[in-house]
Write a protein that binds this ligand. Structure first.
Ligand code: GLU
Length: 448
């Protein structure tokens, strides 16, 4: 991982012949095409057979449903839901459910493909899927949120299942939503015995079959990857600095664990504003504040040393590691120009645009890709599924150790692929993931 070997990605955008063959429009702004393009580029480097490339270029199933829900004022509203099942060569479809006003089919498709890659990279026996409901969960009452969840489950129940497709939390959903999800599924699938049906969804509350350590797992996975990879870049968490976009579940856990291991978090930005402390922000106090206030804005008024900064100042803050842990596509070329970091650790899914990535790489910034950095959540989801199915529950230490083992091995796989193929880190991560999928297809063949 010598710094001298860092080069801008050599791939030409959207040049795979597969797009014409499958009638896919070559739109460089489309998130799905951006994701698949990176996958197909890696598949070319790995010389994956044409049949595997066309299978991966489109999801197996794209499910769209509409369902009515009674709102608190008595009127009924119609909601749109999605479940995209990208690939199940390695095991049941797996991936989160997003409740957000901006949920669109192409984004869900893109996120489902990323799940296929993530599960393969960390070698958990799952395929990839993603789903969501177009709604604003922050504006719904608890009762409305529950009814939206239950009606959505009833709409997709025939297409999911503990052996077929296992959802989980993502943006706008949490353990409570997963509890309603499991309860609804258990009520409507009478043929499946209680405990088996419980494994239809992961990220449940611990009291209801959830795993210890699942809530912090994605943030912890980011830190596990950084602890493994920073020394090779002559950096370390201890004594290191970072900035974070997003202070929800993933961002706050990454921030807290970064400081617990001796690093400082200099700046944090979310949808409400940006804050900075040259001495390092109190990440635990910030977590408590954000849970109460809904965002980082105003933290500077309650905490000595913290100050409000502009968005431009946030991006320009000099740090070792920049951690985007919020929405997709935040690092545009303009933002990349401002950024002053040595490493980007993609804790969010697809936070860097291809054009933003080119700017960062020209500046010599190392990008640790999302399918590696953000894979901790699904890894502990796998542990939860295993615990549900075996009825043997693990202690927190075992979860932490097993998660660390999966993340470290995945990071090493990426490092090996990078050296062997002489590619940048994102392509190396896809190669390490595709290698496993390619081997399985070679063994299974294509039915009939
Ligand atoms: N939504 C998370 C992700 O994007 C977790 C998925 C899961 O646990 O299945 O990785």
């Amino acid at each position: 991982m010598a710094k001298a070997s860092i080069t801008a990605p050599s791939r030409q955008q959207l040049d795979s012949p597969v797009y014409d063959e499958l009638g896919m429009e070559r739109n460089p702004d489309n998130l799905y095409l951006q994701t698949i393009d990176a996958v197909l580029h890696a598949a070319e480097v790995l010389e994956l057979p044409h049949r595997v490339q066309i299978i991966l270029a489109q999801p197996v199933n794209e499910i769209m449903v509409h369902f009515p829900v009674r709102m608190d004022d008595g009127h009924h509203a119609l909601f749109k839901g999605y479940r995209v099942q990208h690939n199940n060569a390695l095991g049941p479809f797996k991936g989160g459910l997003r409740f957000h006003p901006d949920v669109h089919l192409d984004d869900v498709k893109s996120l489902s493909a990323l799940m296929t890659m993530k599960c393969s990279l960390v070698r958990v026996p799952f395929g990839g899927a993603k789903g969501g409901v177009k709604c604003d969960p922050w504006k719904l009452s608890s009762g409305e949120l529950m009814r939206v969840t239950r009606r959505f489950v009833s709409a997709i129940a025939p297409m999911i299942g503990p052996d077929h497709d296992i959802p989980a939390p993502d943006m706008g959903t949490n353990a409570q939503v997963m509890a309603w999800f499991a309860d609804t599924y258990m009520n409507i699938t009478r043929g499946v015995s209680g405990n088996d049906a419980l494994a239809v969804v992961t990220g449940k509350p611990v009291e209801m079959g959830g795993s210890l350590g699942r809530e912090k797992a994605t943030g912890q996975g980011v830190i596990d990857v950084l602890a493994e990879m920073l020394p090779e870049l002559n950096l370390s968490i201890k004594g290191g600095t970072c900035s974070l976009i997003g202070y929800g579940n993933v961002g706050s856990w990454a921030g807290k664990l970064w400081t617990e291991r001796g690093g400082t978090v200099l700046a944090v930005m979310d949808h409400t504003g940006a804050i900075y402390n040259s001495e390092g922000l109190d990440t635990h106090a910030l977590d408590a504040y954000v849970k109460e206030a809904g965002g980082v804005n105003g933290f500077e008024k309650t905490h000595h040393g913290a100050q409000k900064i502009s968005e431009e100042e946030f991006y320009s803050t000099q740090v070792d590691v920049f951690i985007p842990a919020a929405l997709e596509q935040m690092i545009t070329p303009e933002k990349a120009q401002l950024m002053n970091c040595k490493v980007v650790a993609e804790a969010a899914n697809a936070p860097t645009t291809p054009a933003g990535e080119r700017v960062l790489m020209e500046k010599g910034v190392e990008i640790l890709p999302a399918i590696l950095c953000s894979a901790g959540g699904v890894t502990v989801s796998y542990f939860e599924w295993v615990q549900n199915r075996s009825n043997v529950y693990w202690d927190a230490e075992k979860v932490d150790d097993e998660l660390n083992r999966h993340m470290v091995l995945a990071a090493r796989r990426v490092g090996l692929a990078r050296h062997r193929y002489g590619v940048e880190m994102r392509t190396a991560a896809y190669i390490a993931a595709l290698d496993q999928i390619g081997k399985v297809y070679a063994l299974r063949g294509i039915f009939p």
